[in-house]
Design a protein around this ligand. Structure first.
Ligand SMILES: Cc1ncc(COP(=O)(O)O)c(C=O)c1O
Length: 444
């Protein structure tokens, strides 16, 4: 790997039980002034001083191993020197340019295009949800139809336009949701599938839904691996099956790579595992390495879009583009190979821990550095309390790990792809001790 990893190699180091006094002070000030609706500070009771590579230092001097990476954003590690140089260079040039071309914009576009097997046109957006909104808008524009087939467990954002496509009810309580634009079908979630042929059960549901609503369906929107829905890896053939169905019915296939993209699964884009070409792809999160940037790429021959089809002042921010270009340049075949090999090793180790401590009760699945560890009480009964207890126990021992899943019971491993193996080893030891503690509490 020629990317310079700058993780703090002594991690994890807990010098004072978090939250230490300085963290408490900053947390208190935040609580006083910010909204009460924050989420992450409820789980990670700490204030951050700095972050490097796959490590995060709090204001009291604790060094954490970061297996969250800002929710799959810091794929090349925090404060990556190579990305930093690219952004610093851009700071000398221009910070905001509307849609007027700059060198960095064109260089980014060329580099981005080289990562795809289809000829894209790119529409820059500002967030993952904005990209998904624009994607659906393009599908509707192309087909002059409204409805979108979406999946159980899906997460495409929580703006008014995307909330109807997102699955989980807890996000929908706060705003009117136009669910009638979404037709919900099962994702092939093998661990929880009632049908033996999970793959065809799901594909059949998609095709039936299109058939029944043929005059209204614009497209199918899918995550190649379910992200917020539980790091669920579908059986091989799922995306190919969707591609065939979309072609058969002349509807648009939208692949949402917001969480699964940018090398996370060991390919630049997760749909490339199945060798398919989407009609529209959404990307965000890791593409800017922490500097907000997102986009929709659509097949060049799909449609022409009129002027001002989708707007947003900050779209295609030059600093994000500089970071993005550097990120894509550094997603080398060597790095992707490492993600695949080390990811497999991590999955095996998680499975060994599962066997050893939980008698193999839990479900371990994933691809590359996108691994889910689903906690169940007995049989397959979800264990969300155990999952929260794990987050807490890991945190106290110096490892940051977060959850997902429709039952809030999946721990997700989403460390930076550059994390040194030594630190992964240490993280696994901590994971093992935390699981032992949580299992002990379950049976006592
Ligand atoms: C697959 C997927 N799509 C869309 C989004 C929404 O992205 P954002 O939070 O940037 O709006 C997310 C966020 O987690 C995501 O995982």
């Amino acid at each position: 790997m020629d990317l310079r990893d700058n993780s703090i190699l002594e991690a994890p180091t807990v010098v004072v039980e978090p939250p230490g006094p300085k963290s408490r002070e900053l947390l208190g000030a935040q609580e006083d002034m910010e909204t009460t609706s924050l989420n992450y500070p409820k789980y990670f009771r700490v204030a951050i001083r700095e972050a490097r590579g796959s490590t995060v230092v709090d204001v009291d001097g604790n060094v954490f191993l970061d297996w969250v990476a800002g929710i799959a954003v810091m794929n090349l590690g925090h404060n990556n020197p190579t990305i930093r140089e690219a952004v610093e260079k851009q700071l000398d040039s221009i910070w905001h340019s509307l849609e007027i071309p700059t060198e960095v914009r064109v260089e980014f576009l060329k580099r981005f295009r080289s990562t795809l097997s289809f000829e894209p046109r790119v529409l820059f957006t500002t967030t993952g949800a904005d990209a998904c909104e624009a994607a659906v808008k393009i599908a509707r524009w192309k087909t002059k139809k409204k409805k979108v087939i979406v999946f159980e467990g899906a997460y495409h954002g929580i703006t008014a336009g995307t909330l109807g496509f997102t699955y989980q009810g807890e996000y929908k309580r706060f705003t009117p949701v136009y669910d009638d634009q979404a037709i919900r079908v099962p994702y092939p979630y093998q661990f929880r599938c009632k049908d033996e042929d999970c793959l065809n059960h799901s594909l059949h549901a998609v095709e039936e839904a299109i058939k029944l609503n043929a005059d209204e369906v614009a497209g199918v929107m899918v995550e190649p691996i379910l992200g917020e829905g539980g790091y669920v890896v579908p059986p091989v053939g799922f995306l190919r099956g969707l591609r065939e169905i979309a072609d058969r019915w002349n509807v648009v296939l939208i692949v949402d790579e917001v969480q699964s993209g940018v090398g996370r699964t060991g390919k630049v884009w997760a749909h490339q595992w199945e060798g398919i070409e989407p009609d529209i792809m959404c990307a965000s999160k890791a593409i800017g390495s922490g500097i907000p940037i997102s986009l929709v790429a659509y097949r060049r021959d799909l449609t022409d879009l009129p002027r001002a089809f989708h707007l947003g002042t900050y779209r295609g921010n030059p600093l994000g583009l500089a970071a993005g270009k550097a990120v894509l340049e550094n997603l080398t075949e060597d790095l992707l190979e490492r993600v695949r090999a080390v990811g497999e090793m991590m999955k095996t180790r998680f499975q060994e821990i599962n066997e050893e401590i939980s008698g193999g009760r839990m479900d371990v699945r994933g691809r590359g550095f996108m691994i889910g560890f689903e906690l169940v009480k007995e049989e397959k009964r979800p264990w969300p309390e155990g999952t929260t207890a794990m987050i807490d126990s890991l945190f106290k021992r110096g490892v940051l790990m977060y959850k997902c899943g429709i039952h809030n019971n999946v721990l997700r491993f989403m460390a930076p792809l550059t994390t040194p193996e030594k630190l992964l080893d240490r993280g696994l030891q901590v994971f093992s001790s935390a699981l032992e503690e949580v299992e002990r509490r379950r049976t006592s």
